[in-house]
Write a protein that binds this ligand. Structure first.
Ligand code: 13P
Length: 255
């Protein structure tokens, strides 16, 4: 860890969990114990309906993120939320292209690319999710599959903006299953992602980009995952729902 120059990111993805009181209680419980942002960047990606309330109560070192957004500023898109609305609510991060959105809500590599661009245009930091299914992992084509996702997601994005993107490598078979990728599997795939980014933006720049791992990360396995050369933090679902556990996850990322 000590040799890594990149600031680690610990991001919780609450998915469709927590009512308003539970969400606020969590933020109150963790606020005062968050490390300085130069040490660890901490983010909670909450259900959209809670975002405004949470932003009002976020401490100096905790940021609130959304889990999805539309790529247009406004329009006749019933049920959608625009980047302008997120900015208006004080939201500064947004998960984009989560595998659950790709699987259940027809998110494609094309819409992911449009959303990454829209997020950057509005100063929202995209947490761009990529990752393969079990059958792709078993076929041995993970790197090729993830490369395609990355190439499309970054299409038309200049270096200056690419540096703002946080990538989250989340193998679908590891999400919510209790089956974590081994630290070697996670690190190797993330290294592959960094190689693709190095081809697009040069090695020196790719070395500055943060790439997280996600998929059954918990308080027991986070330390060894973060100990790997290329894993710069974690995007955490289930284990981010309890404030005590979130504090431990964040602690694991402190240098
Ligand atoms: P789990 O940590 O619950 O496996 O979820 C991972 C995830 O999908 C985070 O975005």
């Amino acid at each position: 860890m000590a040799s890594k120059k990149r600031v680690p990111v610990i991001a919780g993805n609450w998915k469709m969990f927590k009512n308003r009181d539970e969400a606020l209680a969590f933020v109150f419980a963790v606020n005062d114990n968050m490390p300085k942002r130069k040490e660890v960047e901490t983010v909670i990606c909450a259900p959209a309906i809670h975002l405004s309330a949470l932003v009002k109560r976020q401490g100096d070192n905790l940021r609130i993120g959304a889990q999805n957004m539309h790529f247009k500023d406004s329009g006749a898109f019933t049920g959608e939320i625009s980047p302008l609305m997120l900015v208006d609510a004080g939201v500064s991060y947004c998960v984009i292209g989560h595998s659950e959105r790709r699987q259940y809500f027809n998110e494609t590599d094309e819409t992911v690319n449009l959303k990454v661009k829209a997020a950057i245009a509005h100063d929202i930091i995209p947490i761009l999710c990529v990752g393969e299914s079990l059958s792709i992992r078993e076929k041995g084509t993970t790197n090729r599959f993830v490369k395609k996702q990355i190439l499309k997601a970054y299409e038309g994005i200049e270096l200056e903006d690419a540096l703002k993107v946080i990538v989250a490598y989340e193998p679908i078979w590891a999400i919510g299953t209790g089956v974590t990728a081994t630290k070697e599997q996670a690190n190797e795939t993330i290294k592959g992602i960094r190689r693709v980014l190095a081809k697009l933006y040069q090695r020196v720049n790719a070395n500055k980009m943060r790439i997280l791992y996600g998929g059954s990360v918990n308080t027991n396995n986070i330390k060894e995952l973060l100990g790997e050369s290329d894993i710069d933090g974690a995007l955490i679902g289930g284990a981010s729902l309890k404030s005590d556990d979130f504090l431990k996850l964040v602690d694991a990322a402190r240098k």
